[in-house]
Ligand binder design. Structure first.
Ligand SMILES: [Zn+2]
Length: 261
């Protein structure tokens, strides 16, 4: 009996410890640096459009992301701006999913410029971002130049970092196929597949302003229209209302961008 009572006490102590420890792990301890906040206000339109409560949530999630994922410079230094832009790109597409985390990412390697898709060397370079496979599993590679251009050009529809994070989100169900299964209920899968095919045909027929890179596959289509959705939601809503509505359902958010941006 005593042993049983002792075991119960021990179990309770373990449960309390796990609860306390677990809580600490999921809550960032540090406060959000003022320099990060200034950089977000200067460069990240998505953040600027959030109300105060959501800005705080966005900051907390950025800190949590940066506490779990290393950012390493390869032949370049990682500046605060790079960390802020990478973390913001990670959080933007999953901001509608409060508890979601990138379990399939440990490190982001930052290259100075574009690089070779297969060797990651700087020769024959044409790639600005890629999610790793094989020995590069759980690693994302981004060009610092590409990362920054995605945020500096306020009228563009491209953002390489958001593109790569959307591939990672797509990959969580095991396949990068343009259908992030955890994001929408089954009833939307067929309409989404049909809409993707219709829009891809419009691009092929040169009757679309969507990046032609999206014709490569459904996965690339999903990534490029997600860039468009978060970079120019206003324009996407006007030009492709059906696509905008379905992406709002998928991402559980309706990003806004002020006219002045
Ligand atoms: Zn891609």
């Amino acid at each position: 009996m005593e042993i049983v009572a002792g075991s119960i006490v021990l179990a309770v102590i373990i449960l309390i410890a796990v609860a306390l420890f677990g809580k600490k792990k999921t809550k960032p301890i540090e406060s959000f640096p003022e320099t990060y906040r200034r950089l977000l206000n200067e460069h990240v339109a998505f953040y600027k459009e959030l109300d105060h409560a959501n800005k705080t949530k966005f900051e907390d999630r950025m800190l949590l992301f940066l506490s779990r994922v290393r950012v390493t410079g390869i032949k370049t230094t990682v500046e605060d701006l790079d960390k802020v832009l990478i973390a913001a790109s990670a959080i933007i597409p999953i901001f509608g999913f409060p508890d979601w985390e990138y379990i399939n990412l440990n490190e982001v390697l930052l290259y100075p410029n574009s690089f070779n898709h297969e060797t990651f060397a700087e020769e024959d370079r044409n790639t600005l971002g890629v999610i790793g496979t094989g020995p590069y599993q759980n690693i994302m590679i981004l060009s610092k130049q590409g990362l920054r251009e995605g945020f500096i050009n306020n009228t563009g529809k491209n953002n390489v970092a958001i593109h790569e994070f959307v591939h990672l989100i797509d990959k969580t169900d095991g396949s990068v196929d343009g259908i992030p299964e955890f994001m929408f209920s089954k009833q939307y899968i067929l309409p989404w597949l049909n809409l993707m095919q219709r829009e891809i045909q419009h691009i092929i027929a040169e009757r679309s302003d969507i990046n032609p890179y999206g014709t490569i596959s459904q996965a690339e289509f999903f990534a490029v229209v997600s860039e468009y959705f978060f970079e120019r939601p206003d324009l996407l809503q006007t030009k492709h209302p059906e696509l905008y509505n379905l992406l709002s359902t998928i991402f559980r958010q309706q990003p806004k961008k002020s006219e002045s941006v």
